[in-house]
Design a protein around this ligand. Sequence first.
Ligand SMILES: C[S@@+](CC[C@H](N)C(=O)[O-])C[C@H]1O[C@@H](n2cnc3c(N)ncnc32)[C@H](O)[C@@H]1O
Length: 241
Amino acid sequence: MDTVFDQVEKNMERLVASKIDWTQCATPEQLTEAREGRLSLGFYGKEIPSQWFGEVQGRNVLCLAGAGGFQGPLLACTGAKVTVLDLSEGMLAKDREIARRENLSMQLVKGNMCELSRFEAGQFDLILNPPSLMYVPNPRAVFRECARVLRKGGTLIVAAPCPVNYLCDYVSDENGGYYKAVHRMPYDARQHDDSGWIEYGHTMETYLGGLMESGFSIHGYLECQMEDITELYFCVRAVRN
Ligand SMILES: C[S@@+](CC[C@H](N)C(=O)[O-])C[C@H]1O[C@@H](n2cnc3c(N)ncnc32)[C@H](O)[C@@H]1O
């Protein structure tokens, strides 16, 4: 029988094949800017402040669930020593292709972000985790692993959907429809849909409380609301105590 992660992997490969927006790779212009020392890592309509990741040249950086030819290649262009770990072969193939074309050195690893035993304790200076924790049942397991593989004082940048993404169903009516809050948190998509889609709506207690319980202090917090008003993402800078 498939595990949750086997099913997530299948779901991800389907999305990669459908060229969903988050499979867009870094453009040649963005790569050139990064090579010239102007690293710009977007967080939807905003940018992750450069002070959040600081000087990355020569640093060991883990792009956790971060394949897709975007963050990894940009960081490698600035001179960071980049490892990309992701469950999706299709997403890793994008990094492999850019690395070949741009002559970049990156370590590309197919794996599950809940299990980082292949990495040594304190091996990384920076971990960047783009939105992906909605595909794992227990983000605390990921935070514990991050705390182990980050050096003391190292930074973990996590982006994820806020709970409001999961509270409502859309109700169509003659006036164009509206959102109605019907779901309690935490949310599990499998309780509402048997299509095989796996997604979890975690509480902020799980995200922020889980980070603090796992040995992190919170040093920065951003939110970005999308056009669809219930689509609200946060991004947090956590520092390993
Ligand atoms: C929304 S994409 C994020 C990557 C993209 N570069 C970005 O900037 O948004 C989510 C990624 O998480 C990965 N993922 C989901 N669950 C995972 C897991 N348990 N372990 C590792 N990667 C996972 C997916 O394969 C996918 O590449």
